[in-house]
Design a binder for this molecule. Sequence first.
Ligand code: NAD
Length: 377
Amino acid sequence: MRIFVPKERSDGETRVAASPDTIKKLIGRGAEIIIESGAGEGSRIPDAAFRAGGASIGDAAGAASADVILKVQRPTGEELQTYSRGTVVLAMMDPFGHDDALRAMAETGIMAFAMELMPRITRAQVMDVLSSQANLAGYRAVIDAAHEFDRAFPMMMTAAGTVPAARVFVMGAGVAGLQAIATARRLGAVVTATDVRPAAKEQVESLGAKFIAVEDDEFKAAETAGGYAKEMSKAYQAKQAELVASHIAKQDIVITTALIPGRPAPRLVSRAMVESMRSGSLLVDLAVERGGNVEGAVAGKIVDAGPARIIGHANVPGRVAASASLLYAKNLSAFLETMIATESGALAIDFDDALVAATLLTRDGKVVHPQFAADSG
Ligand code: NAD
């Protein structure tokens, strides 16, 4: 089985889909690995480190003869032209709302797997790319805020006077939000948080933050069987907005992480709320690439918004590239290992496996995933 790991082509993508550790593991399972020269540069993994792990270093042409291609982002149209029929491609495919891209992948005959559709069950925890990347994004959001903030995070009582602790409000307490809470607490901030899932309340409180939410009947029922947030009614959104509006006016830093799978990010912070903040306040919008939680946020930019600034860095996990690649590579290799026959080391995909069924987007020229097939097939 031949595995190819390309250098990512998308602008600003610093991550790579393999690490010296994961290639060693896969070689141990009988694989031959070719890494495109420079693939690890953005994550500080030199070609020599991959070579020392047992991989060969090649160029982009390696894609054509690969049985498996490991990637961070969905292949571009140009990349697809170099892929062969039947090749297995594992990546974060960003499938929602991208029917044309799914069709293009289907037409090349590849087997495209979307890692972000991995079920959140115990067996697949090690393959959970959403968690591994969101965790680092939550951490980095606080570091980015601390870097831009003109005041200190911890309270400092000095002979020259007292510096108050920064007040940080985290909106959305999933994987990213909980890590943001923990990181802001470690830096000494006074932290509050909100979420529409009732289960989040206890998790927020266990990290030493205060929970802020309208806790009505809709809130108590607001969680899907998969543990994700539901889109809330307009009435709930209005009540919640009123509560958070008065809260935001008293905050120094707001970090938003709210997402709903397959839908645009909910708008949580209006321009008026931003305007109500004190001079020098900051908002970090981790959902900016999915439409944004904060009105006025721009992906890839820090924008001035009256008294505050809105930080809208794109690809936040890529701002901690070495750590993000390490974990992402492990997520991929763990999944790929389930597809390798023990004796022969050949690719042996069990299409009845729940993990395969949940993530396989395209096969034999068609979009086969039930969630996307009707729109795109
Ligand atoms: P996510 O990235 O989809 O969304 C981030 C957070 O935003 C979520 O907590 C969501 O409830 C919240 N949110 C959505 N709309 C909101 C709104 N209008 N206002 C405020 N908050 C809003 O979430 P995630 O981090 O991927 O976590 C989703 C769920 O999956 C959680 O229940 C989490 O505990 C669970 N999870 C399970 C596993 C596992 O079992 N292996 C692993 C990771 C996460």
